[in-house]
Design a protein around this ligand. Structure first.
Ligand SMILES: CC(C)(COP(=O)(O)OP(=O)(O)OC[C@H]1O[C@@H](n2cnc3c(N)ncnc32)[C@H](O)[C@@H]1OP(=O)(O)O)[C@@H](O)C(=O)NCCC(=O)NCCS
Length: 176
């Protein structure tokens, strides 16, 4: 049997990040911001970093939840979850604040598995926002959310601070 045929499927771990892992998240957020800077107006600071000023809040505020994603033990991405809608102000809604899979590991199902795992952990109403210009992420979310919900979920257009966004709303029933 060929070597690749014997390989077992990758193990995806989505683990809460502790405060001593803040610098790991900060490093991954730089890669994420760099990706976004291709189609969104983001500027580097004088130190050569984009920075993410809300990151420390993820260990100070109980309604924020930071995660690291690993594939077969190797760092593969990050997820930041917070409570409170950025659209309606509904404070009970879960918001996917940031979501990132590193480039070398994309299109292997890691994003989908990670998102499903996160939605199962936080039952209730969810919103996933995507910038209108981020067409590939929109396609990803449409597929991942509809598979999770078991029905087609369409996004709606909203404008926030003068910018066009698409928002998916759906419910998680938690762990099966
Ligand atoms: C969007 C992102 C999270 C997808 O992660 P991923 O691990 O590659 O996603 P998956 O492998 O689970 O993709 C599942 C399906 O989503 C769709 N999809 C994923 N990436 C896509 C892309 N670049 N273009 C079009 N469709 C895409 C495809 O239907 C894909 O299935 P296929 O590979 O069988 O065609 C990743 O590309 C990323 O981190 N992008 C930069 C950050 C970002 O935009 N985050 C979202 C902010 S709203």
């Amino acid at each position: 049997m060929a070597e690749h045929a014997k390989r077992s499927p990758a193990v995806i771990e989505v683990s809460p990040a502790s405060s001593d892992q803040e610098s790991i998240l900060a490093n991954l957020l730089e890669l994420y911001a760099h990706d976004f800077s291709e189609f969104h107006d983001l500027e580097l600071g004088a130190d050569g970093r984009f920075g993410y000023k809300h990151l420390p809040l993820y260990w100070r505020e109980p309604n924020r939840h930071p995660f690291l994603v690993r594939m077969d033990g190797k760092l593969a991405g990050l997820v930041l979850v917070k409570r409170g809608s950025e659209i309606s102000g509904n404070e009970t809604v879960w918001d996917m604040a940031e979501f990132f899979v590193v480039r070398g590991y994309r299109r292997r199902g890691i994003g989908t598995k990670t998102a499903h795992e996160v939605w199962r952990r936080f039952p209730g109403l969810w919103e996933v926002r995507v910038m209108e210009s981020n067409d590939s992420a929109h396609q990803f979310w449409a597929r991942a959310i509809s598979a999770f919900a078991g029905e087609t979920i369409h996004s709606v257009c909203v404008e926030k601070r003068g910018e066009p966004w698409r928002v998916f709303s759906f419910e998680s029933k938690g762990m099966p």
